[in-house]
Design a protein around this ligand. Structure first.
Ligand code: DGL
Length: 273
């Protein structure tokens, strides 16, 4: 039985698309969505009061995902993007069972990395929650069999990015510490398995050097969303640029500043308490 909670009319082409993350990381995915679908109104929810998800139990993450999705569905979204690898691994199956609308999730790009790697050694940077999930184990089983996969949980990195510390000594030290084992094993391809990490991609590139390929899934997820909407004839026909609404429950005074700096321009931000 499908749930009670669903948009009143999920085929309405002009309805917004909901994008959610444990915090500000999913803005890296939102940018790809907006670039590909500039006429689609978007509502982005940063559940920053509860970030990081990566060290929470699967049950806690599910409850947070339900709370955020209920909020977005009350705004009549026509599709949901779970712009968080950790939340996707913990909750997407239950969300799809609970809500009757297209739900697009994220997973670390092990498959493209295995194809891209020349020496067959790939590294995955992600949260501990993602790396310990059954979904990640299944991903390795399907696509990681013919390559060596070196995984590294990046404790504390999401918190740095939530504070907007993209280039501090502390962030650099954490990245050096987390990239070192991948380099020591000889990884020639590194997967950014958390949507916060594209915001420190330049630092990662400086540490690992130009010969290492870095893979991020934001663009692929935007394409998948476009495909899904087109399949359901629910792409917005408007030619007007759409509004992008940010919602955050962050208790931190600098939250708006962090969102605007990651988004790269002034943003319409609603603060929830
Ligand atoms: N952006 C989330 C992800 O992709 C971060 C998870 C967290 O809050 O720990 O995994």
């Amino acid at each position: 039985m499908k749930p009670v909670l669903m948009p009143k009319n999920n085929t309405m082409t002009k309805n917004p698309i909901g994008v959610m993350d444990s915090g500000v990381g999913g803005i890296s995915v939102l940018k790809h969505i907006h670039a590909l679908l500039p006429n689609e109104p978007l509502i982005y929810v940063a559940d920053s009061a509860h970030a990081p998800y990566g060290n929470k139990s699967q049950e806690e993450i599910k409850q947070r995902c339900f709370a955020v999705a209920d909020f977005l569905i009350a705004q009549q979204v026509k599709a949901l993007v779970v712009a968080c690898n950790t939340a996707t691994a913990a909750a997407i199956a239950d969300m799809r069972a609970r809500y009757d609308l297209p739900i697009i999730g994220m997973e670390p790009a092990v498959k493209p990395a295995a194809t891209a790697s020349k020496n067959g050694i790939i590294g995955v940077l992600a949260t501990v929650g993602t790396l310990q999930s059954a979904q990640f184990a299944a991903l390795l089983e399907s696509y990681g069999r013919n390559v060596e996969v070196v995984t590294q949980g990046c404790i504390g990195l999401v918190e740095c990015i939530e504070r907007g510390e993209l280039d501090t000594e502390h962030t650099k030290q954490l990245l050096q510490q987390y990239c070192a084992p991948l380099l020591a094993e000889g990884a020639d391809t590194i997967v950014l398995g958390c949507t916060h990490y594209p915001f420190v991609r330049e630092l990662i590139e400086q540490i690992v050097g130009k010969s290492v390929t870095i893979i991020d899934t934001g663009a692929a997820v935007a394409k998948q969303l476009q495909h899904k909407l087109s399949e359901q004839s629910s792409l917005n026909p408007s030619t007007e640029p759409a509004t992008i609404q940010f919602v955050t429950n962050s208790p931190h005074i600098q939250a708006n500043k962090v969102i605007e700096s990651l988004w790269g321009r002034p943003a319409k931000i609603q603060r929830l308490t």
